[in-house]
Design a protein around this ligand. Structure first.
Ligand SMILES: C=C1C[C@]23C[C@@]1(O)CC[C@H]2[C@@]12CC[C@H](O)[C@@](C)(C(=O)O1)[C@H]2[C@@H]3C(=O)O
Ligand SMILES: O=C(O)CCC(=O)C(=O)O
Ligand SMILES: [Fe+2]
Length: 331
C-alpha cells in the first residue's frame, strides 16, 4: 500500500481520530510463571477483558520465522499479493474489512487454522512450497493455541468451575472454528492533526484472541467509560482479548474488550492474531455453575456459534453484535 500524493481526496474514505488522549491507566500484566496468576487473570478479564502476558514460553524462533514471511509477503508487488485474494473466506485483503463496507489503513492475510489448502496461493507469492509455509503457520498457531488453552484452564479454575477444560476443549476440538490473521499497517502521516484508523473499533466474536505485534504501537483498548487507552507495543509479549463468546459463557462476568488500531505515522505495524473459536455446532450460553440457583439471571439467549457467526459477519465492525442475543429483562 502506498501513500498517494493526492492525499486529501484519497483519504476521505478513511476514518480519522484524535490520538492525543493521555491516560495513566495501566494494562494488566500477567506473568504466567507465577503461581498467583489465576486470580490476576480473572481480575483482568473482569476489569478490562484484556491483558499482557509475559513468560509465555512461545519459542522466539516460531515468531520470527512467521513474521519474516509476513514481511516478505506484504513487501511483494500489489499485483502479486492480489493473486492471493480476495479474503473470501481466506486469503489476502487490502483496506476493505469484512463484507459490509468497513475500511481501514491495513492489508492482511486471513487463514483458517485447520486447512492446508489456504496456503497455496500465499506460498506461491512467497516462492516457496505450501508445505513450507503451512508448517511455519502451524508451528506458531499450535504454540499460541496451547498458551490460550492454558490461560482458559486457569480462568476456569479461578472461576471455581469444576470442569477445568470447559473453555479450552472448544479450542482443542478438531472442528474448532478458529481463525488466524496477519495484519500489516503501513506508516501513514498524521492527516490534519489526526491519525488514520488502521482497524476500526470492534470486539472479537470468538472466545479468546492472542495477539502479538512487532514493536510499533497503534493498538488501543476502550475502557467501560468509553475512553481509549493506548497499549504500548512489546514484541516479546502477547496480548489477550476476551471475545464475545467468553463474555456470554461467563454471563457477562468477563468483558469482551472493544479495541482498535491507529496507523503509526512513521513505522509499519505487523501483527499476528489467533482467534480461538468453538466448533460451529457448539451451543454458547452462560455456564450453569456461574448462574444463581434457578438459572433466572442469565443475560443471554442460547445460540450456536454458527448462528452467532452468521449474524456477526452480517454486522459492521463497530456494531454491538451481542445485543441481538441479550435477554430482555423487565425493568
Ligand atoms: C466487519 C467485519 C469484519 C469481521 C467480520 C465482520 O462482519 C464483523 C467482525 C469482524 C471480525 C473481528 C475479529 C477478527 O479480525 C475477524 C476475522 C472476525 O472473526 O470478526 C473479523 C472479521 C473479518 O475481518 O472478516
Ligand atoms: O492488528 C492488530 O493489532 C489488531 C487487529 C484486530 O483487532 C483484529 O484483527 O481483530
Ligand atoms: Fe480484534
Amino acid at each position: 500500500m502506498v501513500v498517494m500524493s493526492k492525499q486529501s481526496s484519497k483519504m476521505e474514505q478513511f476514518c480519522v481520530v484524535n490520538s492525543s488522549q493521555s491516560t495513566n491507566t495501566l494494562i494488566p500484566l500477567i506473568d504466567l510463571s507465577q503461581p498467583d496468576s489465576r486470580s490476576c487473570l480473572v481480575k483482568a478479564c473482569e476489569d478490562f477483558g484484556f491483558f499482557k502476558v509475559i513468560n509465555h514460553g512461545i519459542p522466539t524462533e516460531f515468531i520470527n520465522k512467521l513474521e519474516s514471511k509476513a514481511i516478505k509477503f506484504f513487501s511483494s508487488p500489489m499485483s502479486e499479493k492480489e493473486k492471493a485474494g480476495p479474503p473470501n473466506p481466506v486469503g489476502y485483503g487490502n483496506k476493505s474489512i469484512g463484507r459490509n463496507g468497513d475500511v481501514g489503513w491495513v492489508e492482511y492475510l486471513l487463514l483458517t487454522t485447520n486447512s492446508e489448502n489456504d496456503c497455496q496461493k500465499i506460498a506461491s507469492v512467497l516462492g516457496e512450497t505450501p508445505e513450507n509455509f503451512s508448517l511455519c503457520v502451524n508451528n506458531y498457531v499450535k504454540a499460541v493455541k496451547k498458551m490460550a488453552c492454558d490461560i482458559l484452564e486457569l480462568l476456569a479454575e479461578g472461576l471455581k468451575i469444576q470442569q477445568k477444560n470447559v473453555f479450552s476443549e472448544l479450542l482443542m476440538d478438531k472442528q474448532s472454528d478458529s481463525v488466524f490473521r496477519l495484519n500489516h499497517y503501513p506508516p501513514c502521516p498524521v492527516f490534519h492533526g489526526k491519525n488514520l484508523i488502521g482497524f476500526g473499533e470492534h470486539t472479537d466474536p470468538q472466545i479468546i484472541s492472542v495477539l502479538r505485534s512487532n514493536n510499533t504501537s497503534g493498538l488501543q483498548i476502550s475502557l467501560k467509560q468509553g475512553s481509549w487507552i493506548p497499549v504500548p507495543a512489546d514484541q516479546d509479549s502477547f496480548f489477550i482479548n476476551v471475545g464475545d463468546s467468553l463474555q456470554v459463557m461467563t454471563n457477562g462476568r468477563f468483558k469482551s474488550v472493544r479495541h482498535r488500531v491507529l496507523a503509526n505515522s512513521y513505522k509499519s505495524r505487523v501483527s499476528m492474531i489467533y482467534f480461538g473459536g468453538p466448533p460451529l455446532s457448539e451451543k454458547i450460553a452462560p455456564l450453569p455453575s456461574l448462574l444463581k440457583e434457578g438459572n433466572n439471571n442469565s443475560l443471554y439467549k442460547e445460540f450456536t456459534w454458527f448462528e452467532y457467526k452468521i449474524s456477526a459477519y452480517q454486522s459492521k465492525l463497530a456494531d454491538n453484535r451481542l445485543c441481538l442475543f441479550e435477554k430482555i429483562t423487565a425493568l
